[in-house]
Design a binder for this molecule. Sequence first.
Ligand code: ADP
Ligand code: MG
Length: 702
Amino acid sequence: MDPIINAVLKPKSIAIIGASTKPNKIGFKVVENLKNCGYTGPVYPINPDAEEILGYKCYPNIKDVPYVVDMAVVTVPAQVVPTITREAGEKGVKGLSIITSGFSEVGDHALEEEVVKIAREYGMRIIGPNIIGVLSNSDKMNASFTNFLPLEGKAALVSQSGALLIAMDAATYTRRVGFDKMISIGNQADLDFADLIAYLNEDENTTCITLYIEGIKDGPRFMQEARKCTKPIIALKAGSSAHGAAAAASHTGSLAGSAKVYEAAFEQAGVAQALDLNDMFDTTLALSLQPTMKGDNLLIVTNGGGVGVLATDAAEKYGLPLKFAPEDVQAELRKHMPSFGSAKNPVDITGQAGLEGYYEGVKYAYAHPWVDGVVVLYCETSVTNPQEIAEAIYNALQESGASGKPVAVSLIGGDRCETAMKWLIERDIPTYNAPDLAVKAMASLRKQNEMLKTAHNGLYKPDDVDSEKARQIIAGARAKGRNALTEVEAKHVFKAYGLPVAPTDLAHNEDEAVKLAEQIGYPVVMKIVSPDILHKSDAGAVKVNIKNEQGVRDAWKLILENSLAYKADAEIDGVAIQEMAPWATEVIVGSVNDATFGPTLMFGLGGIFVEVMKDVTFKVAPIDEATALDMQSEIKSSKILQGVRGELPRDQKALAKVLAHYSYMIYDLQDEIAESDANPVIVYEDGQGVSVVDARIILTKK
Ligand code: ADP
Ligand code: MG
């Protein structure tokens, strides 16, 4: 654990620079909150005009404090912050929590950079600016201007929005989701999400990290830290709509990347994405209190058939479909229910079920080795008391002799259920007021288990690549003042990264075209090669299925004529002669350099699927072949690759290899390739491979 960051987030002593005697000032609030919430370390208000504030002795300047100061909360106006930062540095303060606003969020990047630069000179770390502060239950520290510490718990919240943090702090009590820490990170001038993930991963009081994100500054570093993190991370990303992204960008001064790329990055780094605030709380409750679910066998115990069905639907919806319990489990459970109950799954112990039914049913189910996780549902009835049922469930789990498996409960009913829910949550059992929420919580514990497994994989790197050769081709194009490669050049780059490109040669005149066509073998395809014509079909400059010499000669003339008609001054390298790939399924593989996460791979079916359906999926590069296979099943039209209506499945393995190699190419050449695509890549039947027939690379601006 970084000792400096630890001193800032878990300070043994705190100064408040800008402490005030006026109760309506933030500089007073922070002192008051530290006192009221029970912070036990020394507090040093800095104020040249006051003797003391709330019983704490004031000092005129931070440098006058005769003791060690770990962290200083800064509430002075923005213009004074550089001076304050230098004074704090000279004093030997370890870090600052800068509450003050008026920096990059309003466009003043220079002021913010100046403050960071000064802090660096002294080895200080900064949280903020533009924050509400830092709160920690385990340290009884409320170094913020929100009035109280959150409901005690095991999660940690890191929020880019201060206002939302204040609201969530209050909401922890009504939603009963406990947090040990709440950290406002505002502009992330210095400490950012990645630093906080690394820190909280080692914090003994945190079991789960919840993030409210508007924009990430360094995507690759975020992913790297998230991948290393062994605790669940939940992220709520604001700004998924174009308008929302613009609002977030102007709000925090950081660039919000495309929602789809964020989604991919989270998934790849093992971060659970929350859909909204409710989902964020619900998921945090489960992930902060329960172990992950190691297998797929979910067992549901219920006293109501209806909620059992709702839960079953939810299980399927959230990717954890129910299976029938094995015979021995059913036989044992049947002993604890009326004859009209059901021991399959959901296990319906019926509305007549009392304490004994719940106790015995849950105890047996939870302990059985077949069961990987249990969801217990209870509908309030006139013959049972929810509190007693809650106690029966709790005792059953305690006395089952098993552990390490997750459980979630749903109590459906009125006030009595609310009270019983609270009681269970206080005993670390995530409890919800609707059956689908309990199932969804369990599904997130299952998914977490799988994500944590793959997220730790190292970065993929194929061994059969020739980067040097690719770079030479690119340098050659750049030397000619070009910012795009021709298809022939791009194909050579692809080839250097092990991609199976259709054999292609450049003909400089008609006779050479005939000669090359004969070498390659008919039928052939002919296309214009010009740095000025990137969309060749648009110019009528692609001719397929050319069967003989006369065809080549005719095509030559037509292609040149059409190209010059399309762009009279087009620079023309010649005409590409290439092997005609037999028709099969066309897919598109492409890339963009995402502003946040860098080189990002795109995949979809070709033709109208790309243009009309926008049925594409993204992954941050590089990806391995297993992830590439997942990618193929992520698109809506994935069935076409799996083989529909009697067609054989396509060669998904060969395609996975292409995707993985392609992703490594754009990762390795990220300083050179701004955008690229292979459109189309033709995918043959299983075992028959794939063929890249078109290639396009747009270079980065240098
Ligand atoms: P552009 O995308 O610049 O218009 P392409 O090279 O993709 O040009 O060619 C247009 C279409 O011609 C492709 O989408 C594909 O259907 C077909 N095509 C191109 N090259 C080949 C080839 N070598 N074998 C078979 N079909 C091809
Ligand atoms: Mg094309």
